[in-house]
Structure formats: structure tokens, C-alpha cells
Design a protein around this ligand. Structure first.
Ligand SMILES: [Ca+2]
Length: 346
């Protein structure tokens, strides 16, 4: 062995092997900073997106807020009031910078997509993978009479939210998508470690519409106080779809002593279950905590009389909507991501 390393070629083989090992090493091997959260100063600026409205000559605008990158402890400590088992174990996570919608996506925005009647882009054939499909009209009023202008869009399926993002990306040239669960919690916490981004439950009414003050209705977006990074309604109003498939024990799969880089549990062809975050107008305070996770389930479509049931609308989930993000540098496993759900999906 000793003699082998005397040969110059053996050293070059040794070092190239070492380099290959480094490249193959899991991303989670990165050292955990001594103090968490660690917030990197943002280098990007916010912007306003403008879309043509549904009526001629009208415009729809929404703001995207710069969210810094950094490291934090995802999940909640066992001592947190209202905490569930699926919020643990707390594990260190790295998130890269992105933009996030200042507010939840409104009906004004969502209508520009699904109400574009007569302009539907039909797939040329089954292999036309890029064609954007649009929802068929719902069998009932999708707003449930809960208000329209300035109100958060709700009751769309996870599939519909993903297709909206794909349509918007094509329209604007920016890669819009749903936030990963890790990005959502990072943005919600906004550098804080408390149950809510403003501290404890006592001030929830100043920042959120929840069961304690909503009078059983969702409210116009942006009426309450924003979190420290300028995001409105992260707690309450409507729960927000995340990109991730929901798995109750997902957090238990992560190391607690090593940093996991940009975790995401990619959605599959299954209709359920996906993660919704932040709680809603219909939820008690504990469900609106930064770490609280909610799982979609078949109860959310139980009143849909159609067979097969719609892959676009949820009949019994007038508490779920979504918020947009755009990554500054998109992570490799999310590039060109699209929903795999079809009418045949279970
Ligand atoms: Ca919300």
C-alpha cells in the first residue's frame, strides 16, 4: 500500500477519488451555524406583477416581496402550546432567497386564468406536454357566497393551484410556483422562533383572521398587520397550499445535527394528501401557528356529486387557497415542475 502511493498516478487517482466523494456527499452534510436562525441580507428587490384583467382595459396587480435566504430550525419544540407530533423533530434547514406574494392570491388574479372563456389552450395531442389546461366551471359558486373582489381565491385543488402557477409562468416569463413547506415556514417565521411571527397568541387578532374574530368568513387580503418581512395573512384568513406531499412523520427523517438544504417532498399523481399552512378564518389559534401543518383529505371533496370528482375544485374546503413564490435561483428538483394529477388519479 505504502509503495502504491509512491507512484505519481496513484496520488492523482487518490485526489480525483476524494473530489468525487465530495461531490457525492449529501447536501445535508453542511455545518449547522452556532446560532439559529441565521438570516442572510437580501440582495434582491421586490416587484409588482401586472396582468390584463378579465374586463377589457383593466389590469390586475400584485406585489412580490423579497425573502432572504438563511438557516433556521423547522418545526416546533415539544413545549409549544397546541403543538402536534407532525411538527417534530425540529431540524436545521437551509433556504435560498426567493420572492413571495405579499398577499394570498385573490379571485381578481385567479379569475384571469380560469374565466378566460373561449381562449382555452387545448392540447394538440396527448404528447403536447406544455399545453396548459384550465378548470371546467364548478358545479356550484366556487366562492360559496363568501365575497369576490379583493378576497382570497379558495376551494381550488392542489392540482389547480399548480396549473395556475404554470399558466402564470408562461404568461410572465417568471417561474411562479407554490412555496415548499420549508420556504413557507421560513417566510412565516420571518426570523422569529416564537409560535407566531409576533410572539404569543395574545396578539393574534391584530395579525390574523381566525375563528376568534372572523365571524365565520374569509376577509379581504392585507387588512391585518404584516409580519416582520412585510407578508400579510400568513397566519389565518385562508390556509395556503404548499408544494409538498403531506407525510405525518416526514420531519423524523431529517438529521437534527446537520443542515438539510432546501427539503421538499415532491407531489405525486395522488390527489391527496398535500400540505396547507397557516390556518384559516375557520380555525382556532393553535392551527394558525408558524409550525402548524395541515393535511388535505377526501373530506374536502365529499359534496362533489360528479363522477369522477373534479380535479379542479374542492366542494368542502372553503378555507384553502395559496400564495405564490419565485426562486432567485431555482433548485434543481423544482425546475419545470408540474402536477401529475389526472382525472384517473385516486
Ligand atoms: Ca393565510
Amino acid at each position: 500500500m505504502k509503495r502504491l502511493f509512491h507512484h505519481p498516478l496513484s496520488w492523482s487517482l487518490f485526489f480525483s477519488g476524494l473530489a468525487a466523494l465530495c461531490l457525492l456527499a449529501p447536501a445535508s452534510a453542511e455545518k449547522v451555524p452556532d446560532k439559529l436562525p441565521k438570516v442572510e441580507p437580501p440582495k434582491h428587490k421586490g416587484y409588482t406583477e401586472t396582468l390584463p384583467g378579465t374586463s377589457p382595459g383593466t389590469k390586475i396587480k400584485f406585489d412580490m416581496v423579497p425573502i432572504p435566504g438563511g438557516h433556521y430550525l423547522m418545526g416546533s419544540p415539544k413545549s409549544e402550546k397546541g403543538r402536534r407530533d407532525d411538527e417534530g423533530a425540529q431540524h436545521p434547514v437551509a433556504v435560498r432567497p426567493f420572492w413571495m406574494g405579499k398577499c394570498e392570491v385573490t379571485w381578481d388574479e385567479y379569475d384571469t386564468w380560469w374565466k378566460e372563456e373561449g381562449k382555452e389552450e387545448k392540447p394538440k395531442d396527448d404528447k403536447d406536454a406544455d399545453a396548459i389546461t384550465r378548470p371546467t366551471p364548478p358545479y356550484a359558486d366556487p366562492t360559496f357566497g363568501l365575497g369576490h373582489e379583493g378576497q382570497p381565491a379558495l376551494c381550488m385543488t392542489h392540482h389547480a393551484a399548480l396549473e395556475y402557477c404554470r399558466w402564470l409562468s408562461k404568461k410572465t416569463g417568471k417561474a411562479y410556483r407554490l412555496p415548499t413547506e420549508a420556504e413557507w415556514e421560513w417566510a412565516c417565521r420571518a426570523g422569529t422562533t416564537t409560535p407566531y411571527s409576533f410572539g404569543d397568541e395574545s396578539k393574534l387578532g391584530e395579525y390574523a383572521w381566525f375563528a376568534g374574530n372572523s365571524e365565520e368568513l374569509p376577509h379581504k387580503v392585507g387588512e391585518k398587520k404584516p409580519n416582520p418581512w412585510g407578508l400579510y395573512d400568513m397566519h389565518g384568513n385562508i390556509a395556503e397550499w404548499c408544494l409538498d406531499h403531506y407525510q405525518k412523520d416526514y420531519y423524523a427523517t431529517f438529521p437534527t445535527d446537520k443542515l438539510t438544504i432546501q427539503p421538499v417532498l415532491l407531489p405525486t399523481e395522488k390527489r391527496f394528501a398535500h400540505v396547507a399552512r397557516g390556518g384559516s378564518w375557520n380555525d382556532p389559534a393553535a392551527e394558525c401557528r408558524s409550525a402548524a401543518r395541515r393535511s388535505s383529505n377526501k373530506e374536502w371533496i365529499k359534496l362533489d356529486p360528479q363522477r369522477p370528482q373534479s380535479i379542479w375544485w374542492l366542494t368542502s374546503a372553503e378555507f384553502v387557497g395559496f400564495r405564490l413564490v419565485v426562486a432567485v435561483d431555482e433548485q434543481a428538483n423544482l425546475k419545470n415542475l408540474r402536477s401529475k394529477v389526472t382525472k384517473q388519479s385516486k
